[in-house]
Design a protein around this ligand. Structure first.
Ligand code: G
Ligand code: G
Ligand code: MN
Ligand code: NA
Length: 254
């Protein structure tokens, strides 16, 4: 209850901050994208993870405003890196399930792109399989409208949703983000290795990109290299960091 009251005031008090985690192409060694991950800087509790407050925001209906703020802030920052640093990263923003259900989602995205000056090809929207499975016809129509805007769509946490794979040919999506639970033991568990190899191969024949999440060790990275999973994200390279630190670590070094 107390947390709920605090959450209501958090936007006005500017307590949210977006962290960024680089996505690297291990073939070229270059950063091609960043995932935007929101945090709540609570005055007493410190840094509150979205895993804790997103569900509360969903319950209380505060999610719409918070999500809109994150989307705008991530687009603004990505555009600023282009203008000030000549760095053209694709920025990935997580869509919550209620955000995806919003009837004016497409208009909102269009308005924010216009307002921030970010070209749609640099925005990637991540939806989870469970969102995607909710109402197939609605999802196909929404994603098609977003695709017409020119933004990219990724399926987040891919492989954990128990969903029918038939949606992969119905939906206009570009990227599968393989869930980090498959990567954790990839060098010791032959089943995980097989699953990731199979997803890679399926994605290639469906003409989908793959990003592997949760890469933490050089051994995992070397294995991924052998199965030609070139796009990775994870603590091995960098944890999610504030924009200024991202600039120091990534932009300055490129
Ligand atoms: O970065 P972290 O591990 O704390 O993120 C925890 C979860 O919160 C992840 O599943 C992530 O996708 C989600 N998350 C992070 N930022 C956002 C956001 O802006 N919107 C939504 N809907 N989820 C987010
Ligand atoms: O659900 P989603 O994939 O959006 O969640 C992203 C979350 O994964 C972020 O909260 C981020 O902090 C976390 N994350 C990113 N890289 C790693 C990693 O290498 N290991 C672990 N354990 N978590 C990671
Ligand atoms: Mn994500
Ligand atoms: Na994920």
């Amino acid at each position: 209850m107390e947390l709920e009251n605090d959450l209501r005031k958090a936007l006005d008090l500017r307590q949210f901050v977006v962290y960024y985690q680089p996505q690297i192409n291990i073939q070229t060694g270059l950063v091609f994208g960043v995932e935007a991950l929101v945090r709540w800087l609570h005055p007493e509790r410190g840094l509150v993870s979205p895993g804790q407050f997103i569900p509360l925001a969903e319950e209380t209906g505060l999610i719409a405003q918070i999500s809109e703020w994150v989307l705008r802030e991530a687009c603004r920052q990505a555009r600023q890196w282009q203008v000030e640093k000549s760095q053209y990263f694709k920025v990935s923003v997580n869509l919550s399930s209620s955000q995806f259900q919003q009837i004016n989602l497409v208009d909102k995205v269009r308005d924010i792109l216009r307002e921030t000056g970010l070209h749609p090809q640099y925005l990637d929207l991540e939806i989870t399989e469970s969102i995607a499975m909710h109402n197939i016809d609605y999802v196909v129509s929404k994603l098609t409208q977003l695709e017409h805007l020119g933004v990219h769509i990724s399926i987040d946490d891919f492989g954990t949703g128990f969903s029918s794979l038939s949606y992969l040919k119905k939906f206009p999506i570009h990227t599968l983000k393989i869930d980090r639970s498959f990567i954790q033991d990839i060098t010791t568990d032959p089943d995980d290795a097989s699953i990731v190899t199979a997803i890679r191969s399926m994605a290639r024949s469906l003409n989908l990109d793959v990003v592997v999440e949760g890469v933490e060790t050089i051994e995992q990275l070397e294995f991924l290299r052998t199965i030609e999973c070139d796009k990775v994200q994870g603590f091995y390279y960098c944890k999610p960091v504030p924009a200024r630190e991202f600039e120091r670590l990534v932009v300055a070094g490129t």
